[in-house]
Design a protein around this ligand. Structure first.
Ligand SMILES: CC(C)(COP(=O)(O)OP(=O)(O)OC[C@H]1O[C@@H](n2cnc3c(N)ncnc32)[C@H](O)[C@@H]1OP(=O)(O)O)[C@@H](O)C(=O)NCCC(=O)NCCS
Length: 274
């Protein structure tokens, strides 16, 4: 390894953990050793590894893997904040997803993580007035990972999209830091509003599988949305809502439900409804 690459490992704990998990897996599972080498161990930086991996997943007749890899590397190079968000997201998955054992599994195999990172690159292109390229990527991400995030949506760091399949996030949605959401979540419009028409999900919210949040409503910090709910009205902070249409059914049960993935309901007075 080159000296700058060695220095990088010392100052980048996420990359360091990913490489050390990768070396162990390459030794334990020889059938996957070449994948692990080509995708992680031959690269000097997390950004290079992720550009390679996403380009390999998203390439098509219309855009070669080499073209996409250069495009992605260019976004990482010119926007270090994306790399910081990638690290926070990968750490979030390792910390919160009981199915993730170490860093390599989500990095290589979890398509909710892949879709979110590819969205981050499309989002930068959108903000740099390359909207057609951003929408091209949105379409590919949706085809390949089953996750449809509009590139103009605003998504914070430390976000986990578990499983990914069926997640839809609309153009004017905001998802703040440390949110966790499961598969099948929609942050959509009601169909009755134009302009700023999508939900604003504040910090640390946990959204259960299949929940539909519709309209320009605010979901308060550290709240929880039950699986299968249809949320049509604002949700206060630190509450749990569930049902169709969703009502407050309890308090959030802990200070930080999205991190703790706490899914117990703590019932409050029945007349406290949204
Ligand atoms: C059903 C819908 C079209 C609204 O119809 P509407 O007649 O204007 O309904 P309103 O918003 O006036 O609500 C009327 C009642 O129906 C309830 N309601 C509205 N949409 C509902 C839904 N999807 N499920 C259950 N109840 C719903 C409201 O809570 C309200 O109940 P209340 O009278 O007890 O307060 C809209 O809410 C909807 O579901 N649109 C689809 C949006 C979508 O799929 N977006 C995804 C984009 S990616």
């Amino acid at each position: 390894m080159s000296q700058p690459a060695e220095r990088m490992l010392m100052v980048d704990p996420v990359w360091s953990a990913l490489r050390s998990d990768a070396a162990a897996i390459a030794a334990q599972e020889p059938a996957l050793a070449s994948l692990v080498h080509a995708t992680i161990l031959t690269h000097d930086r997390l950004e290079g590894a992720l550009s390679y991996h996403l380009a390999k997943k998203l390439h098509s007749e219309d855009a070669s893997a080499m073209l996409l890899r250069e495009l992605f590397e260019d976004q990482f190079l010119n926007s270090p904040q994306i790399g910081e968000a990638v690290r926070a997201d990968l750490s979030a998955v390792v910390e919160r997803d009981p199915a993730a054992r170490g860093h390599v599994q989500p990095f290589l195999f979890f398509k909710g993580f892949h879709a979110l990172q590819a969205y981050r690159l499309a989002n930068r292109l959108w903000r740099r007035q390359r909207q057609t390229m951003a929408l091209f990527l949105q379409n590919k991400i949706s085809e390949v990972f089953g996750v449809d995030i509009h590139p103009a949506a605003q998504i914070g760091r430390g976000v986990m999209i578990d499983h990914g399949t069926g997640v839809v996030i609309g153009e004017t949605a905001i998802v703040e830091d440390d949110v966790s959401m499961l598969h099948g979540v929609t942050l959509g419009g009601t169909g009755k509003e134009t302009g700023d028409r999508h939900p604003k999900v504040r910090k640390g919210v946990l959204i259960g599988a299949g929940a539909k949040l519709l309209g320009n409503i605010e979901v308060g910090a550290y709240s929880r949305v039950g699986a299968g709910s249809v949320v049509l009205a604002p949700v206060p902070p630190h509450c749990t809502v569930a049902g169709v249409p969703a009502k407050v059914v309890g308090c959030a049960g802990c200070d930080d439900p999205a991190r703790q993935m706490d899914q117990m309901i703590d019932v409050v007075e029945p007349d406290y409804v949204i």
